[in-house]
Write a protein that binds this ligand. Structure first.
Ligand code: PXG
Length: 458
């Protein structure tokens, strides 16, 4: 069969396909980019361009593309048993083995898992599970879940409500009993503080103020991403999470760590809560559990919650057709075994993460950069108009999008969140590949600076 040309793909896409988080009309006029294949950390598009994938697909292809062990696991499971459910007192060996393996790689309080199909579904499960927990304990009034502005927890009604994205709240509303506090974003909210750690304590105190305002007897849980991903790779001060833990413990509030991006090695530990020193009661995961090769998500349920639901809860009226899908579970097992075999978590912590941090510290010298942050294999560069004063650009200029355009044009996928440029590349990179990525970033910053000067935006 003849391969379609790019414009033929684009016309068919425009005619029939509505993309997520997209202005449909604008994209149809412009034409989508068609990705046709990938290997290791490089994508190919329908024009034959080779592109370094600095975002691991969508924060998920942690082991890189083309891993034969994952392909073989999926193929074998598809042949043996492509589907069976875990609803009516049945299960499959793949689901059992993955549950066992997750208990092994997650922190010790986690011995049980509830499977879902994605991160959003996992967070729906969180809402139902924490409310059920308090019901069973005879405290049904404990319903409120506290989250943060500019958090991302998915796009279902519960995920979008937990998230703190105002554009999403404006389209569809927010579910009752979900409230938001300000995020621990030093560059935006903390520059007047004496120190970053002092700001971390202040940002955590906003949680205590909110709990007191609502009444602790009405607060079910606090949810947060250890490092905000979609919000712009916002790495909180080291003082933040331990203080959040102390406040939640004091008021009996459950702690939920949304590890959809930070799980499975991204921060240099298996899970972000280990990097930031806190002990969640529940953990959402997705993405890196299968390195994105196939959809899978879920919730790790800590002993505090599991013991109550198991011993006293009776039937939990919740689940998805694809909870524990055997093919997804088989791929997850192969993926986790690969991470273990290749010691990827240790590599991120000891070699790749520190190297990326050094490279980003050098990029921070660039005249356009007001702040550089990394955590393991995720990094952010804040573009500013004035390096000395850290004054930002007028957001309507969309300087981040100008920079992103240069990245695309020069064979690098790097995301812009406003004027914050972010990367989260695969964990299998070599040092030479990190150099290649950083070289491309520097080139694109130079091109963006030239544009800024030429257009008189500086
Ligand atoms: N929690 C977190 C922390 C996430 O980052 C979800 C939940 C939802 O997962 P699903 O599998 O339902 O998408 C996510 C997803 C972006 C971007 O633009 C980030 C995500 C998804 C799509 C785009 O950075 N994160």
């Amino acid at each position: 069969m003849r391969q379609r040309t790019t414009s033929e793909w684009q016309a068919a896409d425009a005619a029939h396909h509505l993309h997520p988080f997209t202005d449909f009309k604008a994209l149809a006029a412009k034409g989508t980019r068609v990705i046709t294949s990938a290997d290791n950390i490089y994508l190919r598009d329908s024009e034959g361009h080779k592109i370094l994938d600095g975002m691991s697909g969508l924060w998920c292809v942690n082991v890189g593309y083309g891993q034969q062990a994952l392909i073989d696991a999926a193929t074998a499971q598809l042949k043996q048993l492509p589907f069976y459910n875990s609803f009516f007192q049945t299960t499959t060996p793949a689901a059992i083995e993955l549950a066992e393996l997750l208990a092994e790689v997650t922190p010790p309080q986690f011995r049980h898992v509830f499977f879902a199909g994605s991160g959003s579904e996992g967070n729906d499960t969180i809402v139902r599970m924490v409310r059920r927990y308090w019901d069973v304990l005879g405290q049904p009034q404990r319903k409120v879940i506290i989250s943060r502005n500019n958090a991302y927890h998915g796009s279902t009604m519960a995920g979008g409500s937990l998230g703190g994205m105002s554009g999403m709240h404006a389209q569809g509303g927010v579910m009752p009993d979900i409230v938001h506090i300000e995020q621990p974003f030093w560059f935006e909210h903390g520059r007047a503080s004496a120190s970053v750690d002092e700001f971390g304590l202040k940002a955590a105190s906003w949680l205590e103020a909110k709990i007191v305002e609502i009444g602790a007897d009405k607060v079910a849980a606090f949810i947060g991403e250890p490092v905000q991903g979609a919000g712009g790779v916002i790495v909180p001060p080291a003082s933040y999470w331990p203080e959040i833990q102390r406040i939640c413990d004091k008021h009996g509030v459950l702690v939920v760590s949304d590890e959809v991006i930070t799980g499975f090695g991204r921060t240099g530990q298996w899970f972000g809560c280990e990097t930031f020193g806190f002990k969640p009661d529940l953990m959402t995961f997705a993405k890196g559990v299968t390195s994105g090769y196939i959809p899978l998500g879920g919730v790790m349920v800590g002993d505090r919650v599991a013991n109550v639901l198991i011993e006293q809860g009776g039937e939990f009226n919740h689940g998805y057709t694809y909870s524990g899908h055997p093919v997804a579970c088989a791929v997850a097992i192969a993926n986790i075994r690969l991470i273990q075999r290749e010691k990827l978590v240790d590599r991120v912590r000891e070699e790749l993460g520190p190297y990326l941090a050094t490279c980003f510290a050098e990029l921070a010298e660039h005249p356009l950069i007001g702040e550089a942050q990394t955590c393991g294999m995720m990094g952010a560069l804040q573009l500013v108009k004035n390096k000395a004063t850290r004054a930002v650009f007028d957001s309507s200029l969309e300087v981040g999008m100008v920079c992103r355009g240069h990245c695309f044009g020069n064979g690098l996928i790097m995301r812009a969140v406003g004027d914050r440029m972010i990367v989260a590349p695969p964990l299998v990179m070599t040092i030479a590949q990190v150099d290649e990525m950083v070289g491309l970033i520097r080139k694109c910053l130079d091109l963006t600076l030239a544009d800024v000067k030429q257009r008189g935006w500086d």
